[in-house]
Design a binder for this molecule. Structure first.
Ligand code: ATP
Ligand code: MG
Length: 462
């Protein structure tokens, strides 16, 4: 923690982009005041990379539009414009206090104010309610955000119960900041989440998904998901995941199903969709857990298939795009594989075809995380994974046919040579040829394929 920056009441303005200082300067030349506010000040104080710069000003919206005539009026009703400089976007917002919230999502009215402290008071957490004066680098911190950053504490501005009852996104942002900024949630702030879940229930699924996506970029997203589990947020959004809490596993695992999912997600590279898949990969385990006399241990037969069936509606509910949904579901479906020395080249080709060539790299990453998340004795599994990677790389380098497009014959040739008419049968023959070539690549040659197709038709009786 950069204690020096937190204890000083000034920030070195050399760390603020010239464009941002220029915006503030322009407002000042029109007799207005300006401050740099919110997440960017917090990130500056933490010595973290700043993703977006926000400016607050006492200029009212109509004045803003005059001072920046080319700006986009992105949220002008709430006093926000977006100024674009060299392709970068900066939000400039009129100082405002907010009115009551009756829908748990938007304030019923917005009141423009002249006092920066009133503007900071409507912000969610003390660490997000710090302003920086671009004239002299002085910090304005009426709610003790710097002291909280120094203590590693995330605390609501004002009464947490009231703040969470106003806007249901805030508790989810709290969970995210715990993970992404490595903070501890202040007790009163955490205690305010459960009693205000009714407000959280009103948050649009898209916004929940966006928070999950941002959370997944944290070093250890499990810190956020533990907050969500403890407070009831996860019970609202994804109760299926809670089925794994306390579900003990077999001798290969050190952790229960829930904790294993957490460890697996954290062990994945910070690709948000991959991590969502990791979070869900064993969601089918609680419903498939059984005792096997034969094995002398618990088993989870079919948990990959059942898990994919559970993951699909979860991904739909969270409004993931079709591509993301299909990636999540197929990773859950195919996460389970145990490579061994008796896998032939044909077995490797069949595996690649089954999971889809585009999913192979994802599955390697997920498998490595899955293996590490068992909690013990993972070296042999990692070695097996390394051998599968090498074997698959060799098979792919040999130009294995993985889709019917890779066959040395196409549907048109087949229809002519075999005198069949267009229809489902053509696809059926191509699939049979691909199966044949997967087992024996030498057959991927025009005449051999044609012979194969004739045999197939004869066998099929068509
Ligand atoms: P990041 O950009 O890293 O996600 P941030 O804190 O900058 O984090 P933004 O969504 O960019 O988040 O919002 C900018 C600022 O606006 C916040 O720092 C906070 O002061 C305020 N803010 C954002 N969302 C809310 C909210 N739901 N309730 C109250 N204040 C909010
Ligand atoms: Mg921001």
């Amino acid at each position: 923690m950069p204690a020096a920056a937190l204890l000083s009441d000034r920030v070195d303005l050399a760390r603020v982009p010239a464009d941002v200082l220029g915006l503030c300067e322009r407002l000042r030349s029109h007799g207005k005041r300006a401050w740099i506010v919110g997440g960017c000040v917090r990130d500056l104080l933490l010595d973290r990379e700043v993703s977006d710069w926000d400016v607050a000003t006492d200029a009212r919206p109509d004045a803003l539009l005059q001072i920046f005539p080319r700006a986009m009026p992105t949220g002008i009703a709430h006093g926000t414009i977006t100024v674009v400089k060299d392709g970068r976007h900066y939000e400039v917002t009129t100082l405002r206090g907010e009115g009551t919230y009756s829908d748990g999502r938007h304030p019923d009215w917005v009141k423009f104010v002249d006092d920066i402290t009133a503007d900071l008071a409507r912000r969610d957490f003390t660490v997000n309610a710090i302003a920086l004066d671009p004239l002299d680098g002085r910090i304005l911190d009426p709610f003790g955000g710097r002291a909280d950053l120094d203590k590693g504490l995330l605390r609501a501005v004002g009464d947490p119960l009231q703040r969470f009852a106003e806007d249901g996104l805030r508790p989810l942002r709290a969970a995210r900041f715990v993970a992404s900024l490595d903070l501890t949630l202040d007790k009163a702030t955490e205690d305010a989440i459960s009693p205000t879940l009714d407000t959280y229930r009103k948050v649009a699924s898209e916004r929940v998904r966006d928070e999950w996506m941002k959370t997944m970029k944290a070093p250890a997203p499990s810190r956020a998901f533990e907050v969500m589990r403890r407070t009831g947020l996860l019970q609202v959004t994804c109760p299926e995941l809670l089925e794994g809490v306390g579900v003990t596993q077999n001798k290969w695992h050190a952790y229960d199903v829930w904790r294993h999912g957490m460890e697996c997600m954290d062990a994945c590279p910070p690709d948000p969709i991959l991590r969502v898949a990791a979070l869900l990969h064993d969601v089918g385990k609680p419903r498939t857990r059984a005792w096997s006399e034969k094995v002398g241990d618990v088993t989870f037969y079919d948990h990959d298939r059942v898990g994919a069936e559970i993951a699909e509606p979860i991904a739909a509910r969270l409004r993931f795009s079709n591509d993301d949904r299909s990636r999540i579901v197929s990773l859950v479906r195919f996460h389970l594989f145990h490579y061994s020395v008796d896998w032939t080249d044909a077995a490797v080709r069949r595996w690649i075809r089954r999971v889809g060539p585009d999913r192979v790299e994802d599955l390697y990453a997920l498998n490595e995380a899955d293996v590490r998340a068992k909690g013990h004795d993972f070296e042999p599994d990692l070695e097996a994974l390394a051998r599968l990677k090498a074997h698959a790389a060799r098979v792919l380098a040999e130009g294995a046919a993985l889709s019917t497009r890779d066959l040395k014959i196409n549907g048109h040739d087949l229809m002519q040579a075999l005198d069949v008419s267009p229809g489902r049968i053509v696809g059926e023959i191509l699939d049979a040829l691909l199966d044949a070539v997967t087992n024996d690549p030498v057959k991927n040659e025009h005449d051999a394929l044609l012979a194969c197709a004739r045999e197939y038709l004869a066998r099929r009786g068509g």
